[in-house]
Design a protein around this ligand. Sequence first.
Ligand code: S3P
Length: 174
Amino acid sequence: MMMKIMNNKNIILCGFMGSGKTTVGRILSSMMGRKFVDLDDYIETQQQTTIENIFKEYGEPHFRHLETAAAEELSKKSNLIIAAGGGTLTIQKNVATFKATGVVVMLDTPLTVIKERLKEDTTRPLLQKPNRNAVIDQLYQNRLFAYKSAADIIVPAGASAHEVANLLMHKFSI
Ligand code: S3P
C-alpha cells in the first residue's frame, strides 16, 4: 500500500542540474502509473521556445518569473510527478507553492557524478562559461542547503536512475 501521505499529492523532484530529476521522474511515473511533467519542458511548450533562448532573449529574472508561474499552475493539479528545474526549489515562494499540494523529494547526487554528467552540456545557460567546474562548485555550495531544507524526503542518488526510482518506490510504500 502506498504511504498515506502520497494520496493524490504531487511528487516534486528537486536537486542540482544533472542530479537525475528528469530521468528518475520518467521511470517513477511509469512505475507508479502517474503522469510526468518536466517543469522546463512545460515552460518551453508554453512559451514555444527553448530555456536557452528565454535566458538569451529576456534574461534569467524573466525565466524565474515564468518558472514561478508554471509551478503555481502545476500545483493546482494532483497526482503528478514533477521534475523541477535546478533553481526552482531554491526560491522560497516556489517551495511553499509546491509543498501546499505535494511532497518534495531531493535527489542527493554526489558532486563528482553531477560534474561528469554536465561535462559536455551545451544547453544549460548557467553552465556556458569557460570555468564550468568552478561555476558548478559555487552554485552547488550555495544551493545544497536550500534543497535539503525544502525536501520532505532526501534520497541518495548516485546510483542508476532505475535504482533511484526503485528506492523511491520503496520509500513510498512504507
Ligand atoms: C537551472 C536548471 C535547469 C533550468 C535552467 C536553470 C538552474 O534545469 O531550469 O537552465 O538554475 O539550476 P535542470 O536542473 O533540469 O537542468
